[in-house]
Design a protein around this ligand. Structure first.
Ligand SMILES: NC(=O)C1=CN([C@@H]2O[C@H](COP(=O)(O)OP(=O)(O)OC[C@H]3O[C@@H](n4cnc5c(N)ncnc54)[C@H](O)[C@@H]3O)[C@@H](O)[C@H]2O)C=CC1
Ligand SMILES: O=C(O)CCC(=O)C(=O)O
Length: 368
C-alpha cells in the first residue's frame, strides 16, 4: 500500500535523520483542531522503519482523543526515536531531536514517553523552546508519570464502583504488565489502597528485582509471573502498563479478569477488540481516558504550572470514566465506541467555533 494511504487522517508526518548523532526519528501530527500538537517522545529498538511509523501514527491519533477527553486545548502528536534506550542515547541525539521539533515552530510540543526520561530532554531543550516535562531543577514540572499513575488508579476506582457498587479496592487482585515509570507507581498505589495481591511481569529482570524489594520492605503481597502468563492470571483487574496492541485475538480469550484499566497507549490492537471485550463481559476503560494524567501535567506547564490543579484535573478521570460507562449502557455501545463518540463530538464543536474570524490575524495578501 502506498505510504500516503497509510495515514489518511494525519495532518503531517516528518521523518528526521541526523547522521552525525545517529538520530532516526519520526514525528506525526494527527489533528491540531484543539490547539498545537502535544505528545511524548518514545524510544524503542523498532525492528523496522515501518514498525516505527505504524507506532507513531497510532500514538499521535491517540493523543488527539486524549487531549479532547481531558478537555485540553491541544491536538494530537507524538515522536518516536528508533534506537535502544539502554545503549543509543547521547546528548547530541536529543539535541538533534530538539532541532527538528524547533523546526515545526510551535506546532508540536514534546517530552517523555516509554524509554525516555525528563533528563534526556534537558539536551533537547537547549535547541528548542517546545519541550515539556523537564526535571524540576530545569524549570519543568518533573516526572509526569506521577499523575499518570494517579489517574490510572482513579480509573480503576471508577471501574470498581461500576462493577461492585463501591470504589474500595481493598481485597481486590490485580495483574500489572510493565513496571516502568508508571507501572511501578501504580503497584505502590494499589497496595496503598489495600490490594490483596498484585501479580506483575516485566521483560527487564532489574524492574522485577526493584518491585520485589519494595514488596518485601512494605510486607505487601506480590507474585511475579513469566511474560505472557500475565494474560492467564485470574484477577479482578488487568492493568497494562507497557506496550500497545496487547488486547488482540490471541490474548482476549485468555483473560480471566472483570476489567482492563491501564496506562499503556493503544492497548486495543484494532477497534473491533473493544467490541470483543464487551461481548465477553470484560469492562474496558479506554486507555486514553485513564492515562491522561501525564498529559494534564505537561499541558499545565504551558499555563504556569500548578501541581494542585494538575492533581484535581487528574482526579476528574474518575467521573469521566463513569460518564463513558453510562453512555455505553444508555446507547448499547462498547465503552471504546462510547468514548470515541464523546471525543469526536467535542472536537466537532470546537471546529465550528474556530471558523469565527479574529481581526488580529494578518491576511496572507494585503487588502487594498
Ligand atoms: N509516562 C507517562 O506518564 C505515560 C505513559 N503512558 C504509556 O504507559 C506505558 C508505560 O509508560 P512508562 O512507564 O512511561 O514507560 P517505561 O519505559 O518507563 O516502562 C515500561 C516498562 O515496560 C516494560 N516492558 C516493555 N515491554 C514489555 C512487555 N512486553 N511485557 C512486560 N513488560 C514490558 C519495560 O521493561 C519497562 O519496565 C507506555 O505505553 C506509555 O506510552 C501513557 C501516558 C503517560
Ligand atoms: O506524559 C507525558 O509526558 C506526555 C503525554 C503523552 O505523551 C502521553 O500521554 O502519552
Amino acid at each position: 500500500m502506498a505510504l500516503v494511504e497509510r495515514f489518511p487522517e494525519h495532518e503531517q508526518v516528518i521523518f528526521c535523520h541526523d547522521p552525525e548523532s545517529g538520530l532516526r526519528a519520526i514525528i506525526a501530527l494527527h489533528d491540531t483542531t484543539l490547539g498545537p500538537a502535544l505528545g511524548g517522545c518514545r524510544m524503542r529498538p523498532y525492528g523496522s522503519v515501518e514498525e516505527a511509523l505504524q507506532d507513531v501514527l497510532r500514538l499521535a491519533e491517540g493523543m488527539t482523543y486524549k487531549c479532547a477527553a481531558a478537555d485540553l486545548d491541544f491536538g494530537g502528536g507524538k515522536a518516536v526515536i528508533l534506537g535502544d534506550p539502554r545503549t543509543d542515547k547521547s546528548p547530541e541525539l536529543f539535541r538533534a531531536l530538539g532541532r527538528f521539533v524547533a523546526g515545526l515552530g510551535g506546532r508540536f510540543y514534546t517530552g517523555t514517553d516509554m524509554g525516555t526520561y525528563p533528563e534526556d530532554f534537558v539536551h533537547a531543550a537547549k535547541e528548542c523552546p517546545y519541550i515539556v516535562g523537564l526535571p524540576e531543577a530545569y524549570g519543568g514540572s518533573g516526572d509526569s508519570s506521577v499523575p499518570t499513575a494517579y489517574g490510572v488508579v482513579m480509573g480503576i476506582k471508577a471501574t470498581a464502583k461500576r462493577l461492585w457498587g463501591s470504589d474500595d479496592l481493598s481485597g481486590r487482585t490485580f495483574a500489572v504488565q510493565g513496571l516502568g515509570k508508571v507501572g511501578f507507581k501504580v503497584v505502590e498505589r494499589l497496595w496503598d489502597e489495600g490490594a490483596a495481591k498484585v501479580y506483575v511481569t516485566d521483560v527487564q529482570p532489574e524492574a522485577l528485582d526493584r518491585i520485589a524489594q519494595r514488596a518485601s520492605a512494605r510486607g505487601a503481597e506480590l507474585e511475579i509471573v513469566d511474560g505472557a502468563a500475565i494474560y492467564d492470571v485470574p484477577c479482578d483487574v488487568f492493568v497494562p502498563c507497557a506496550i500497545g496492541g496487547i488486547l488482540n485475538d490471541e490474548t482476549i480469550p485468555r483473560l480471566q479478569c472483570r476489567a482492563v484499566v491501564g496506562a499503556a497507549n493503544n492497548q486495543l490492537l484494532e477497534d473491533r477488540h473493544g467490541d470483543e471485550l464487551a461481548r465477553r463481559g470484560i469492562l474496558y476503560a479506554p486507555d486514553y481516558v485513564v492515562n491522561a494524567g501525564g498529559l494534564i501535567q505537561v499541558a499545565d506547564e504551558l499555563y504556569g504550572y500548578s501541581r494542585e490543579r494538575v492533581m484535581k484535573k487528574t482526579e476528574a478521570i474518575y467521573d469521566m470514566v463513569l460518564a463513558i460507562y453510562r453512555r455505553a449502557d444508555a446507547e448499547g455501545l462498547s465503552t471504546h465506541e462510547a468514548a470515541r463518540r464523546l471525543v469526536a463530538e467535542r472536537i466537532a464543536r470546537r471546529r465550528r467555533i474556530s471558523s469565527i474570524f479574529i481581526p488580529g490575524v494578518a491576511p496572507k495578501w494585503r487588502l487594498r
